[in-house]
Design a binder for this molecule. Structure first.
Ligand SMILES: Cc1cc2nc3c(=O)[nH]c(=O)nc-3n(C[C@H](O)[C@H](O)[C@H](O)COP(=O)(O)OP(=O)(O)OC[C@H]3O[C@@H](n4cnc5c(N)ncnc54)[C@H](O)[C@@H]3O)c2cc1C
Length: 436
């Protein structure tokens, strides 16, 4: 195992915001583009103090309904994935865990897919996350899964959901590429577990996992009742304005959408849109997102994400296309295999048990260099983020406090010119945000 040291640093965010009132501090997280819309702030504050609301630009952000106090904002700054992101907790790193500068702590890497054909077909990639969740319910190891499904009122969004049966888990399969507040009721879920003794597994984005790991530092019930933390590798979600633009190009008004399945039913499967006029539109993945990723209109926070790879998860699941995207032919014929990073002993035990019970099929073992091939955009971003943070700090922007994510050594892989260009670009974008 290579060198892996975590040094404690004074909080940049708290220093930057210290002269602002608690309400203004919350606003700055949003104004500086650091809010990801996970909803953890609403959950800890209570909806009478902070609620997630749709902003003018269509994004989902917190709104303070009262004058919030210093204690609450302090708690939020310590929880928010926009202000604090850390790698795998040291207590979960074993002496025989492996370390890669890009991909972090890992114990196993595989190509794998759901043993059940329908699960593999309907899920986002190979159904690994759905199959693990179904195994956990079927084996009785957990009582429920906290994850996300299509939002009932805004179909482009996701909403948090609790699944207690294999069928419920299956019905939430697929990727939600719109705003998704998976942690909006996490404190309520923990209260319920405390009362009943139930345990659960969590599936979310790496940002959600950051929020959950941050909460575990304040609330011991997270580690007591949430026995697995699973995530997809995440390149960022689609801004509602980006979705409107893509839909306009295809002659659909985004307000008319009544159902939206981004992926699944094949790998990646078509994006399927139903409208109020009962029209059904199916777009190939490459037509929806653009051949050159031009459809990926990412929120600012996603562009500067220090952890899209699920550094702090038990297991992270991703796609496995060479070069990071399917080709025209492959997008119709790929049965779907996840690339899988197992990071913890718990994750290792879970995967082995799910394989033994037939819920998961392992195709082959892979290495961090295979992950580089499958996720070139993640490698590029991980190497760019340190310089982007330098630029954002120069613009006086909120930048998350990070630990254990290897950003500085990764930046050293770039030339000085590349790092300067990243810093300048980020500074310009951050200044623009502060002006808007
Ligand atoms: C916003 C976003 C960005 C992504 N970017 C990448 C990328 O850069 N590289 C890559 O390889 N893969 C990316 N994916 C992941 C990929 O689409 C698959 O989700 C992943 O490979 C897992 O596949 P699966 O078949 O195991 O998932 P499934 O078996 O379909 O299960 C997906 C699970 O994730 C939950 N879920 C879906 N969307 C969300 C959400 N927004 N928030 C919380 N929970 C959710 C569902 O409830 C379900 O339990 C992204 C996914 C999302 C949602």
């Amino acid at each position: 195992m290579g060198a892996f040291t975590v040094r404690k640093k004074p909080s940049y965010v708290r220093g930057l915001l210290r002269d602002l009132s608690p309400n203004k501090q919350l606003e700055r997280i949003v104004d500086d583009g650091m809010c990801i819309g996970c909803g953890i702030c609403e959950s800890v504050a209570g909806a009478d103090q902070v609620t997630m609301q749709i902003a003018e630009d269509g994004s989902l952000v917190p709104h303070a309904k009262t004058t919030i106090d210093d204690t609450l904002i302090d708690q939020i700054l310590g929880l928010c994935p926009g202000t604090k992101v850390e790698g795998l907790p040291e207590r979960l790193v074993q002496p025989d865990s492996q370390y890669d500068e890009v991909w972090g702590i890992w114990r196993q890497m595989h190509l794998a897919y759901a043993g059940d054909e329908q699960t593999r077909f309907r899920s986002s990639t190979g159904g690994l996350l759905t199959a693990l969740a179904q195994f956990l319910i079927d084996s009785g190891e957990v009582n429920f899964i906290l994850h996300a499904r299509e939002d009932e009122t805004i179909p482009a969004f996701g909403q948090n959901t609790v699944s207690r049966s294999k069928e419920e888990v299956a019905s939430a399969a697929g990727s939600r590429y719109g705003p998704t507040p998976t942690l909006k009721n996490i404190v309520g879920v923990l209260d319920q577990c405390e009362a009943t003794g139930e345990t659960f597994a969590f599936i979310g984005t790496p940002c959600d996992i950051s929020g959950l790991r941050n909460l575990a530092q304040q609330d011991a019930r997270v580690d007591q009742y949430c026995v697995y933390q699973l995530a997809m590798v995440c390149g960022g979600f689609m801004k509602p304005s980006g979705l409107s633009n893509v839909m306009n190009e295809h002659g659909v008004n985004a307000d008319e959408i009544t159902s939206l399945r981004y992926r699944g039913y094949g790998c990646p499967g078509p994006t399927r849109i139903e409208t109020r006029s009962a029209e059904i539109i199916e777009l190939d993945y490459l037509d929806f997102w653009g051949e050159d990723d031009s459809g990926w209109d990412l929120p600012h926070r996603c562009k500067i994400c220090p952890d899209g790879i699920g550094d702090a998860t038990d297991i992270a699941a991703a796609d496995s296309w060479d070069g990071g995207a399917p080709d025209r032919q492959g997008q119709h014929s790929d049965p779907g295999s996840n690339s899988v990073i197992v990071r913890t002993l718990a994750g290792e035990r879970l995967l082995a048990a799910a394989v033994k019970a037939g819920f998961i099929q392992i195709e082959s073992s892979i290495t961090p260099r295979d992950m580089d091939r499958f996720q070139p955009h993640q490698v590029k971003k991980k190497q760019a983020v340190w310089s982007r943070f330098v630029g954002m700090r120069a613009a006086n922007s909120v930048v998350p406090d990070v630990r254990g994510l290897r950003l500085k050594p990764l930046a050293r892989r770039n030339s000085i010119a590349e790092n300067l260009a990243q810093a300048r670009g980020a500074k310009k974008r951050a200044k623009q945000l502060l002006r808007d």
